[in-house]
Design a protein around this ligand. Structure first.
Ligand SMILES: C[S@@+](CC[C@H](N)C(=O)[O-])C[C@H]1O[C@@H](n2cnc3c(N)ncnc32)[C@H](O)[C@@H]1O
Length: 207
């Protein structure tokens, strides 16, 4: 199943499935970004809008994009704030955003599905105002080395969504090559992860 179809399918249960990674990401995103404010926020790969309602509280305007119609239609039902605008876009193609138009670009649990993350970093950098921030939270590559990837249950089958491994150095190289400076790097564990490698890694980059 390709990535887009997989997310269209998963959209039916994404919010209700047990998913420690999704829940941890929601917590650390709020913890990290609650001190920020931005006139315009671009959320890439917004999914069902798990983080979009929160972003609407710290941004004057939020543009939220995703390439799955299924995911975005759930987000539209859930997040009805007037300052949020949803649209469909493929992040591996030029983004529908103007140069220097956003103070914050936010990306949660998306880049494992994108082969060329350098392109995403170049589009984030192009879209950000000078001094703007790019927040990235992803499944930690240490987990990917163990074979973990986004997956969901359908009937008797566990469906794994195609994923690419990006090493920590890949994120840092892509940022540096696109004029984004690392301000923060954190590794995160869920309470149930004792003795295991970190579940998530997050980066805050500044243009
Ligand atoms: C695991 S979900 C995360 C959704 C949301 N950010 C969250 O944290 O709950 C990954 C999302 O990335 C989207 N996605 C993956 N590849 C994409 C691409 N090339 N262009 C746009 N969206 C993409 C999927 O459709 C899906 O909604």
């Amino acid at each position: 199943m390709n990535i887009q179809n997989a997310y269209n399918n998963w959209s039916q249960s994404y919010d209700n499935d047990e998913n420690l990674t999704r829940d941890l990401d929601a917590r650390i995103t709020r913890k990290t970004l609650e001190r920020l404010q931005a006139e315009v926020i671009l959320e890439i790969g917004c999914g069902t809008g798990k983080n979009t309602g929160f972003l609407a509280q710290i941004g004057t305007t939020v543009h939220a994009v995703d390439f799955s119609q299924g995911m975005i239609s759930k987000a539209r039902q859930k997040v009805t704030a007037d300052n949020v605008h949803f649209s469909t876009a493929n992040l591996s193609e030029p983004w529908p955003s103007a140069d220097k138009s956003a103070g914050l670009v936010v990306c949660n649990l998306v880049l494992e599905h994108i082969e060329n993350i350098s392109f995403v970093f170049s589009e984030a950098s192009r879209t950000l105002c000078d001094g703007g921030f790019f927040f990235v939270s992803e499944l930690h590559p240490f987990r990917q080395y163990l074979g973990r990837k986004a997956n969901f249950q359908r009937a008797e089958s566990r469906i794994e969504i195609p994923a690419y491994v990006h090493h920590i150095s890949d994120f840092l190289d892509a940022a540096r090559q696109n004029g984004l400076a690392l301000k923060e790097l954190h590794e995160w564990w869920h309470e149930d992860d004792e003795g295991k490698p970190p579940r998530l890694i997050s980066f805050m980059f500044e243009k």
